[in-house]
Design a protein. Structure first.
Length: 382
């Protein structure tokens, strides 16, 4: 049962708002990837310059995650969320009407900063609003869709550019955010004035230090977030694995890619089933052992056939969404920790490790499958 009721949104409306917010940020990362050739031509730019629209987005979304959620501990969830949505909409419209690649990069940075708040604040709202058992179910469902977002975004973007100009992806994202603004106006504040941090902006941001210096919190978070390295490494080189290494067509690649995406749905469901039965330490050790075995199989027999690769890598893909639900549930349940700061650090750490995985994978040579397996082995034994 929710600890705080929403008179206008009701509980289902609140969940829908959190779901939309959680999906929008990840969708923004790579929904426009299929339009890269069109953007290159339209803006008369180079692949190197266009890559900064991805790099800049990842960097500033992580910065937004780290700081905006913390500010909501001082100024309230609703006010800061509306500001984040406003920032996101301005950035999205900037992408739609961009006259140059430089303006496009700047617009993506603005969009990303707002997206950071749209990801971190919902987790703080979950902690404010739900008791332990219901919070677990809400987090598991939200994490499932958050992880699924980056994998289905390119497919959605590819469909859009078949019928509309490349700017259509950003129009859709802006419209989603506008809808979120309307729902947020109906949202009732979940952090009462007496529970907010006191002091100015600097003092509020310094509250991040209380989370970062908590050794148990950070050790557990890093242990689980490390799996993002392997999964995001896979996302960054998946087309090379299936098309260049295995020689599949683009159509076949999309089918394998979709099959892998469906696996992410089962991670949170498995966590919901295991939580009442196993201690957290057993869950963590068992999952890392599973990743270790799957990574060895991926690096060896996984490189011989695309179906074998899909099967061998499947436990790693599912473990990523499983551990995100597991870690977020455990860490947000810690007493005497500011929800906004905690949610910010959780979101930032997962994105930071994921970005590291993308960088490692793109810099590790052309034996893609073996390298991916080796990354998984190193992550699981770290």
């Amino acid at each position: 049962m929710a600890t705080l009721t929403q008179r206008h949104l009701k509980q289902n409306g609140l969940f829908l708002l959190l779901l939309i917010l959680g999906m929008t940020g990840p969708l923004s990362i790579d929904m426009y990837l299929a339009a890269f050739p069109l953007i290159l031509q339209d803006l008369n730019t180079t692949p190197h310059m266009l890559s900064f629209t991805l790099i800049g987005f990842s960097l500033f979304m992580a910065i937004g995650m780290l700081f905006i959620g913390t500010l909501s501990d001082r100024y309230g969830r609703r006010t800061v969320l509306l500001a984040s949505l406003g920032c996101y909409i301005v950035g999205s419209l900037g992408c739609v009407f961009t006259p140059s690649i430089e303006f496009f990069i700047l617009s993506r940075v603005v969009q990303a900063f707002g997206a950071g708040g749209m990801i971190s604040i919902p987790m703080a709202i979950v902690k404010d609003s739900f008791h332990d058992q219901e919070r677990t179910k809400i987090i598991a469902t939200l994490q499932m869709f958050t992880v699924l977002g980056p994998t289905i975004a390119p497919i959605l973007g590819a469909v859009l550019i078949k019928f509309f100009p490349w700017q259509a992806s950003f129009v859709v994202l802006a419209l989603i955010a506008i809808g979120s603004v309307i729902m947020t106006l109906l949202f009732e504040e979940t952090l009462s004035a007496d529970k907010r941090l006191q002091g100015g902006v600097l003092k509020t941001l310094l509250s991040l230090g209380e989370v970062l210096k908590h050794k148990g919190f950070m050790s557990f978070l890093c242990s689980t977030a490390m799996t993002s390295i392997t999964f995001m490494a896979y996302l960054s080189i998946s087309s090379y694995i299936y098309i260049k290494w295995f020689g599949l067509s683009e159509t076949s690649f999309s089918l394998y890619f979709a099959a892998n995406s469906l696996l992410l749905i089962f991670g949170p469901k498995v966590y919901l089933a295991l939580k009442p039965r196993l201690r957290p330490s057993v869950i963590l050790r068992g999952t890392l052992t599973l990743i270790f075995v799957a990574a060895i199989l991926t690096a060896t027999i996984g490189k011989t056939h695309p179906i074998l690769f899909l099967i061998c890598f499947a436990p790693i893909a599912m473990s990523n969404s499983f551990l995100r639900s597991f870690a977020t549930d455990i860490l947000l349940g810690q007493p005497h920790m500011n929800a906004g700061a905690s949610a910010s650090v959780i979101s930032f750490t997962n994105v930071a490790f994921g970005s590291l995985g993308m960088f490692i994978a793109s810099s590790s040579g052309t034996d893609y499958v073996q390298n991916l397996g080796l990354i998984g082995i190193c992550v699981s034994v770290y």
